[in-house]
Design a protein around this ligand. Structure first.
Ligand SMILES: [Ca+2]
Ligand SMILES: [Ca+2]
Ligand SMILES: [Ca+2]
Length: 253
């Protein structure tokens, strides 16, 4: 039973994949007509940024702004063919407030910052121990002075969370997941796989445009959502070592 659960976790998330670990969230598809500034889905807010920057993360992912009836300007945006976002449901409050990640050698690129706090917003990650439910070492990826285009490749620890630190506080995907909207292309079948994380930097979520800071994650093996591995919850660090060994063995196949 226990080894079965381990095997399942390995199959669901091959080495190299980046996956969201959560008991209930999934990816939902959406289309142009869904992106109309009405807060549904939760990231579809009417941006309070002015002029050409008044699009939300959904417009950016589609590369299309219905207000102008064409491409976002300045463009081009992402242009996913089959856009999907991660959440609990498709309602205005369908965000997941607590999730974490596993695995992945990932190239992280700062794509966009449209926010009054752009000069101070900081993005990074924490190592995470799901057995003890505690955060480990903190790693900064982009400081406040980082500008779009900067990128870095990171070998994450087995489990980790992302954080966004703004002048209004520090939010992680574990304790403030409603500040994070994650997007992928459902038609992606070949590496490199690219996900986007759109972030909302106000403590109250503000205008919910989720483009206050946007980063892309690029990795080589298809990721997804995996349930919290039962083995991780039930067993101590000894078997985590076994899990790591199994993963290394898996890599050689
Ligand atoms: Ca909508
Ligand atoms: Ca905002
Ligand atoms: Ca904004």
């Amino acid at each position: 039973m226990v080894m079965g659960a381990l095997a399942l976790a390995l199959m669901a998330a091959p080495a190299g994949a980046i996956s969201i670990v959560d008991p209930s969230g999934i990816f939902f598809g959406f289309s142009q007509s869904d992106v109309n500034n009405d807060n549904v889905p939760f990231w579809d807010g009417n941006s309070s940024d002015s002029g050409a920057n008044d699009y939300n993360i959904g417009h950016y992912i589609l590369g299309y702004d219905p207000d102008v009836g064409g491409p976002i300007n300045p463009g081009p945006g992402v242009g996913f063919a089959t856009p999907q976002y991660y959440g609990l449901n498709t309602d205005a409050t369908g965000y997941d407030t607590s999730f974490y990640f596993m695995d992945g050698d990932t190239t992280v690129t700062l794509k966009l910052e449209i926010a009054g706090y752009a000069g101070s917003n900081e993005f990074g990650w924490y190592e995470y121990n799901p057995t003890t439910k505690t955060l480990g070492n903190k790693h900064v990826i982009f400081t406040g002075s980082a500008t779009p285009g900067e990128e870095t490749t990171i070998s994450f620890t087995t489990y980790f969370v992302f954080y966004l630190k703004s002048l209004e506080g520090e939010f992680t995907t574990l304790t403030g997941g409603s500040h994070f909207a994650i997007f992928r292309d459902g038609s992606d079948t070949m590496a490199p796989f690219v996900w986007y994380i759109g972030m909302e930097d106000l403590a109250t979520l503000g205008d919910k445009d989720y483009q206050d800071m946007v980063v892309s994650l690029q990795f080589d093996t298809g990721g997804g959502v995996v349930p919290i591995p039962g083995s991780v919850l039930l067993l101590g660090s000894g078997l985590l070592g076994l899990l790591a060994m199994g993963r290394r063995r898996n890599k050689r196949l």
